[in-house]
Design a protein around this ligand. Sequence first.
Ligand code: GDP
Ligand code: MG
Length: 597
Amino acid sequence: MKNIRNFCIIAHIDHGKSTLADRLLEFTHTITDREKQDQLLDSMDLERERGITIKSHAIQMEYPFNNENYILNLIDTPGHVDFSYEVSRSIAACEGALLIVDAAQSIQAQTISNLYLALEHDLEIIPVLNKIDLPSANPEEVSDDIVNLLGCDYDDIIHASGKTGFGVDKILEAIVQRVPAPKGDVNAPLQALIFDSVYNSYRGVETYFRVINGEIKKGQAIQFMATKKQYFAEEVGTLKLKQKPKDSIKAGDVGYLITGIKTASEVKVGDTIIDPKNPSEERIEGFEDVKPMVFAGIYPVDTEDYEELRSSMEKLQLNDASLVYSPESSAALGFGFRCGFLGMLHLEIIQERLEREFDMTVITTVPNVSYHAYTNKEPDKMILVNNPSDLPDPSSLNRVEEPFIKASIITKSDFIGAVMSLCIEKRGEITNQNYLTPERVELTFDMPLSEIVFDFYDRLKTVSKGYASFDYHPLGFRASKLVRVDVLINSQPVDALSALLHADNAYYIGKKMCEKLRELIPRQQFDIPIQAAIGSKIISRETIKALRKDVTAKCYGGDISRKRKLLEKQKKGKKRMRQVGNVEIPQQAFMAVLKLN
Ligand code: GDP
Ligand code: MG
C-alpha cells in the first residue's frame, strides 16, 4: 500500500487535462506508440467532439522512482456540472489532485469549483502551470494567482507543457513524493467505493471501485449497500489500457469488477461494496441517489417510429443509469416518452445519441423541472407534476410548489453588479456576500431550480466574461405562484409547447414566446395565428403571414444547380419538423421558451 498513489486531474475545460493525461501514460509506457491516439481517455465520439469528458475512467501506471516501483492510479473526472456528483465521487477515491492551470488563461471558474471539491475531501493539491510553451503564456502573473488561491509556495508549482512533454517527469515525481499513500486496513471487513460504472454490451456492467478496507477476491460474494443486492465477483482486476484480471484487489488500490449485471441502474455511483459474509456496517460517506432535474418529452418525428424509439430508449437506459423515462402521449405529438435528465447537457447528449447510435429523428419538447401540486379537494395529497399538462385545473388548485436551490457563485468583484441583476431577474434572493480575497467574492442566493437549469449558465458566463464558478444544492420545495401558459397555433392548443411559469412573468414570457414562434415557424399558404393563453384567457397574439411567392422564384429560373441546392437545404431543414394540424413546427420552436433573450 505504501507504493500506491491515487490521484485525479482537475482543471477548467481546455486547460489541457486530456493532453497531459496522455503524456503521463506515454512517459510511464502505459501505452505503446501503436496504441497511441490523441486524447485517449475521452473514448466516446461525442466526448471528443464536445471536448468534455462525460464519463470518468481510471487507468493504472507503473513508475519506478528511487529504486522502488510505484503504482499510480489516475482517476479521470468529468468536467460539467450536470455530472458533478460523478466528479465528487471520483475525487473521493483519491488522495491527491493535479490542479492544472493554463499559463495563458489563468484561474477560471471550474478551476475553483473543482479545487473546492478536492479540498473538501482533503486532497493534496499539486499545482501545475500548463501550456508553458505558448507564446502568450504569462507564467509570473499566473503563478501569483495560483499562490493567492492556494496559499502555496512558488516552488510548489510545476511548470509543464502537455504539448512538448516538458515537466512531465517532475509531475510524476511530485505525485510520488507529495501525494500521501492510501491508508486502510487489508484485514478489516471489505469496504469499496464505487466511483464509476461502464456498460459493456458483451460483459454487462463494469464497476470501477476504490478499496478502502479489506480486499475483493475473484469468486467471492459481494453486496451493494444501497440496493442490498448480492452478486458474485466473476472477475476483478486492475485497469491498464486493457483490463488486467487479478486474484484480488486490496485496500488502497483501484480496480474493476464484473458480476454479469446487465442493467446500468443496478450499479450506483457512490455506493459501497461489502462482503455479505463479513459485512462492514459502515458505508463510505455520502451516497446519493442521483435524481433527474429536468424533464422533457421525446417524440419520434414520424409517428410510425414509436416502437423503434421505445427499443432505443430501453437500450440507452441499459448503459445510462441516470436516464429515466416513461411512456406519455400528447394531443399534438401522439405517442412518445417523458424523460428525466440530470441537466440540459445530459438532455442534449441523449438526443444526440438517439440520433447517432440509433438513427432516430426525434423532437424534444419544452423542458421543465418537477412540481408539487395540491388540490382543494385533497390539500394534503401531493401530486407530482413532471409535465405541465399534468397540472390540475387552475380552479381546483390549492397550491403549487417548485424546487428551490441554494446557489453559490464565485466571481470577480468587478462583476458583482451584473451577477446580482441576473440572479434577481431569475427570481433569486441574495442570502450572503463573502469576500474571499479583495478581488474574489462568493455570492449566495436562494433560487428556483427552474430558473437555473435552462439558460442560466450561458447568461452567467456572458455577464461575468467567463469568470464565475457556480454550484448549487437543493433546498426542497417552496410554494410559488405558478400558472400554465398554453400555446395555440392556428387555434389548436399544442400541449407540447405548454410551460409552467411564475405568474408575475407569465404575460411577458407568453408575449415573447409568440414572437419567437412567429420567427421560427415557416410561413405557409395561409395566415397562422399564434396565441398564448392562461386557461381560457388569451394573453398574446401574433400572426405568421401567408407565403406569397414561390421560394425558388428569386432564382430567376436561370441557375438550376442553385435552385436544387435551395430545395435540398429546405429538405434538410425539414428533417426535425413535426406536423401539428396543418402547420409544421420545427424543433427549435419547442426550445424557444428557453431562449427568449
Ligand atoms: P481539456 O479540456 O482540459 O481536456 O484540454 P485538452 O487536453 O483537450 O486541450 C485543449 C487544447 O489545448 C487542445 O487543442 C490541445 O491541443 C491544447 N493543449 C493542451 N496542452 C497544451 C500545451 O501544453 N501547450 C499548447 N500549446 N497547447 C496545449
Ligand atoms: Mg478533455
